[in-house]
Design a protein around this ligand. Structure first.
Ligand SMILES: NC(=O)c1ccc[n+]([C@@H]2O[C@H](COP(=O)([O-])OP(=O)(O)OC[C@H]3O[C@@H](n4cnc5c(N)ncnc54)[C@H](OP(=O)(O)O)[C@@H]3O)[C@@H](O)[C@H]2O)c1
Length: 305
């Protein structure tokens, strides 16, 4: 099969190569998915799990891409819940080969059925931001209708999904970002926008929840706008402060079939949009990821037309 691999941890995106590899085998409870669309997350080549297995052994050449949509072609021994020929989408384990390939071997429980009226590109684009936003807002952030939530990076890949889901759940949403992101954040449904370069974060009225994707100084400053008893949730790694009266949670997104199905349902009902910047073929993906004119946002790799 054709696959994009990385072998050199220091090379970054420039180290990506399109090669021929054997198709992967299906282990117990796995399925083989013929990938139609996949994608990487911007900084995944810096994650240790891209380079080693769970026992910290080198696993290169490794295939990046944890988000995918495609069709099940093989069931591993004992696999239940999915069938051959079924359209699926889901999130690959961090330590396994990913979706920038024609075939991927993945645990069935990491996948959900992809309804016929959602195309593979949209399906793939919903996975990582959809699950991350869902878990940050509702599982860890316990967001309720009527609450106020501050969403950092509101026009970005994860942030735009968090804005939509939070608004849809009846929250009052304050999005943040750069000046140029205002229109996009409001279009995704933010009630207000804070331009982090020109407005003062500390001026906003208190919120019940901060959903952070930026970390650093912005994350630290936003602790001050959370009401007593409120929550700070981040996907940008642990923060150093432990503010009194505020619950702080950093988490890594997990695959979840039921949540993926909820996300798909909202998409089909027009309540949620995917945030795709461009779509490239597998043959063109290495050049696109290394292009100096690369479009910001989510690039979907259309592995199979
Ligand atoms: N822990 C997890 O499970 C998990 C899951 C998913 C993602 N993540 C992480 O979450 C982060 C965001 O991912 P993403 O895919 O949503 O990226 P993204 O699309 O680049 O979103 C970040 C957004 O914030 C903006 N931004 C960045 N720095 C800013 C600043 N100083 N002031 C104002 N706006 C700023 C970006 O604008 P520009 O594009 O102009 O910089 C962009 O719109 C990444 O680090 C990713 O690895 C973690």
């Amino acid at each position: 099969m054709k696959a994009i691999v990385v072998t050199d941890q220091d090379a970054g995106l420039a180290g990506m190569k399109l090669v021929e590899l054997p198709e992967p085998p299906a282990a117990i409870n796995d399925v083989i998915v013929q990938v139609y669309a996949g994608s990487i997350t911007g900084d995944e080549l810096s994650w240790p799990s891209t380079w080693t297995d769970r026992a910290d052994r080198d696993r290169t050449p490794s295939i990046p891409g944890h988000e995918m949509a495609g069709v099940v072609t093989v069931l591993g021994y004992g696999t239940t819940g999915l069938s051959v020929g079924q359209r699926v989408f889901g999130l690959q384990d961090w330590y396994r080969n990913g979706s920038l390939a024609e075939y991927v071997s993945i645990e069935a429980r990491n996948l959900a059925p992809l309804p016929d009226d959602i195309d593979f590109n949209d399906g793939s684009a919903l996975v990582m931001p959809g699950l991350t936003a869902w878990q940050g807002l509702f599982l860890h952030g316990r967001l309720q209708s009527g609450q106020r939530v501050l969403v950092h990076g509101a026009a970005g890949i994860v942030g735009s999904m968090a804005v939509q889901l939070a608004r849809e759940a009846g929250a009052y949403v304050i999005g943040t970002g750069r000046a140029a992101h205002r229109e996009a954040a409001l279009r995704f449904g933010a009630n207000e926008f804070v331009d982090l370069d020109n407005d003062t974060l500390e001026d906003i009225d208190q919120v019940d929840l901060v959903f952070d994707v930026l970390g650093g100084d912005i994350a630290m400053r936003s602790l001050g706008v959370i009401r007593a008893g409120g929550t700070f949730v981040t996907v940008a790694g642990p923060i150093e402060a432990q503010p009194a009266g505020v619950l702080t949670i950093d988490f890594v997104v997990e695959a979840d079939r039921a949540q993926l199905s909820e996300i798909a349902r909202r998409f089909r009902e027009g309540r949620l949009r995917a945030n795709i910047s461009n779509i490239v073929t597998l043959d063109d993906a290495v050049a696109e990821y290394n292009s100096t004119n690369r479009v910001k946002g989510k690039t979907i790799v259309r592995v199979r037309p």
